[in-house]
Design a protein around this ligand. Structure first.
Ligand code: FAD
Length: 558
């Protein structure tokens, strides 16, 4: 289809929810179809605001509230001829008569609006478990600009000094960072044993260490039981009986798709709790589309249906729904959960499946490698390590996912690998990728290339890996090939030390009738040792990521 194609007859398109998915759908639809009438309803006072910037408004990093407003109703009207009705909540859908009932929030008056096409983009609401004290003054969730305005006012008016953030996911950690920025003492309470639940535990460890080093108290492996009012302060009671004093509590325990409207209209809700849509974002009703946090989508790596509350997918889905309404045929490709979070100067990013996600989905036949390269050439000042984990399928080497944590260059590597996941690339493709390099930005062998090379070395049999779960099992000889000073400063229990530089002279000491499990600092010298030993008849295997990964996994209890 091209621009000269006659557009479909003028129609009335109603959009419920005017932020990421709804606003991008409306604006895209206008670019595709000048003839239709487009009306966007949002129950809040704004449309097209930057939810992702909200924590930074609390932290005063974004000082002016106006900067959170990406586009105004006037802009939608003047530039796109889109009518915006804020303060208007959609309360019912009559699919038979194609009528949407909307309620004016200020006056409580309702009226019916006819539609030819209806787009549902109501997003997801913060989970508020029905626990004692959850609705007390001073307990906040973060979803809208008014929410953040109330938090700012609470801090200022009551001189809040201590905050407890419930939930150690990305919104919780962003809130923790920003509350610290405002000078508060912050405790994060997280039910799991780790922060950043989408990451594998060993990859989340450095984030937790960094938070602690910045003065944030982490209470992990413990859940919220109740919140009590104690004089002018609050007390957060945990399931284990711990009491955390607070002047302010932030709930960041996840979000739930806002499916009430769709459910009552008889639209199908999937097992993950989101509206079921096809690849064009259309529900089973040919006149109703749904996009954003409210829908279930296909995870291209695990093959499962998921709800993934992220801004990128919501925006892309809005565009796809608009194309579908305008009669174009564009399919949503599915999601792969590419995400990044900044935590007090540290960056954690991931794409595709985590190891635990693969196991949960019942995926077998995959392997993982770890590496800890500098974010740029070591000879150029300021190189910082990136902890990187890559998952790939065996034997075909298809890239399944990656996670990275560090201070510089983390998201760049994950975005490159995200593209690889989307295009179905293999670890061999990663090894061969031509990526930009100058000393201050990367290395001639970029961390992405290295990850591919390490995985490819495993796949072609050059470098068998010791499965982390069975390190030293079956009477294997554990060989540390670092220098003696490194060995003396801490080694894996039971290891013997023959430095790589001595191995050619000393290898006769090693048993030929046992497996040799080799490790070094980060895996590189171990690889060299494995190559030498295997070419001399030993059954040698490398420990991916070396003692650096061993320590991360030990600290995480895996
Ligand atoms: P939303 O953007 O939530 O918009 C839904 C709108 O619909 C709301 O304005 C709501 O008021 C309105 N609405 C709901 N029901 C009705 C109704 N019945 N009638 C009328 N209006 C209704 N994602 C990232 O990828 N990166 C980030 O860094 C990031 N940071 C975030 C930080 C915070 C604090 C939050 C809350 C979210 C963050 N997200 C981030 C998630 C991202 O904002 C969402 O995934 C995205 O906004 C979802 O878009 P949506 O259109 O589905 O819903």
């Amino acid at each position: 289809m091209n621009d000269r194609t006659v557009p479909p007859p003028a129609r009335r398109v109603l959009v419920v929810g005017g932020v990421a998915g709804g606003a991008s759908c409306a604006a895209r639809l206008r670019r595709l179809d000048e003839s239709c009438e487009i009306v966007v309803f949002d129950r809040g006072p704004y449309v097209s605001f930057a939810n992702c910037g909200l924590p930074y408004f609390v932290g005063n990093v974004i000082a002016d509230e106006k900067n959170l407003l990406v586009a105004s109703p006037e802009l939608f009207r003047d530039r796109f001829r889109i009518e915006i009705r804020t303060g208007t909540e959609a309360v019912a859908i009559d699919r038979e008569r194609r009528r949407l009932t909307v309620r004016d929030v200020a006056s409580d008056l309702t009226r019916e609006e006819h539609y030819d096409a209806l787009v549902l983009a109501p997003g997801a609401s913060p989970v508020r478990p029905p626990l004692p004290g959850i609705d007390l003054d001073g307990v906040f969730a973060v979803r809208s600009i008014p929410d953040t305005r109330r938090i700012r006012a609470w801090i200022d008016d009551w001189g809040a000094r201590r905050a407890v953030v419930i939930g150690g996911g990305f919104i919780g950690l962003e809130m923790a960072e920003n509350l610290v920025h405002r000078g508060l003492q912050v405790t994060v309470l997280e039910k799991l044993d780790q922060v950043m639940p989408p990451l594998d535990p060993e990859m989340a460890g450095p984030v937790a260490d960094h938070l602690r080093s910045k003065g944030v108290t982490l209470v992990l492996g413990d859940g919220l039981a109740a919140i009590e009012s104690r004089g002018s302060a609050l007390a957060v009671l945990t399931e284990s009986g711990t009491v955390l004093d607070a002047d302010l509590v932030i709930l960041a325990i996840g979000v739930r798709p806002e499916t009430g409207l769709a459910r009552e209209a008889g639209l199908t809700i999937g097992p993950r709790g989101g509206i079921v849509v096809d690849a064009r974002m259309r529900t089973e009703d040919p006149c109703v589309w749904a996009v954003g946090d409210v829908v279930e989508v296909h995870d291209v790596v695990t093959g499962q249906e998921v709800v993934l509350p992220l801004a990128g997918p919501a925006n892309r889905q809005g565009r796809i729904a608009a194309a579908s309404i305008a009669g174009r045929e564009t399919n949503f490709r599915g999601v792969q959960a590419t995400a990044v979070v900044g935590v007090m100067g540290m960056t954690a990013a991931s794409t595709g499946a985590s190891e635990k996600g693969l196991r949960r989905a019942g995926v077998t036949g995959f392997e993982k490698v770890y590496l800890h390269p500098g974010h740029h050439a070591g000879y150029y000042p300021g190189s910082m390590p990136i902890h990187l984990k890559l998952m790939f399928s065996v034997p075909d080497g298809r890239v399944l996912g990656a996670q990275a944590v560090g201070f510089e260059g983390v998201e760049k590597r994950i975005d490159v690998i995200a593209a690889a996941v989307q295009f179905g690339a293999t670890v061999h493709d990663l090894a061969e990728m031509e990526l930009s390099y100058a000393p201050q930005y990367g290395a001639a062998k970029d961390p992405v290339n290295l990850a591919g090379m390490i995985a490819a070395n495993f796949l072609c049999g050059d470098m068998p890996l010791v499965p982390w779960e069975s390190l030293g099992d079956g009477g294997a000889c554990l060989l540390d090939v670092r220098e003696p000073a490194e060995f003396a400063a801490g080694a894996i229990p039971g290891a013997i030390n023959i430095p790589l530089s001595q191995l050619r002279a000393d290898f006769a000491r090693l048993p030929r009738d046992r497996q040799i499990d080799v490790y070094c600092g980060v895996g590189q010298r171990g690889y060299y040792a494995v190559r030498f030993l295997r070419q001399n008849g030993f059954d040698a295997r490398n420990l991916s990521g070396g003692i650096a990964t061993y320590r991360m996994r030990k600290a995480a209890g895996v």
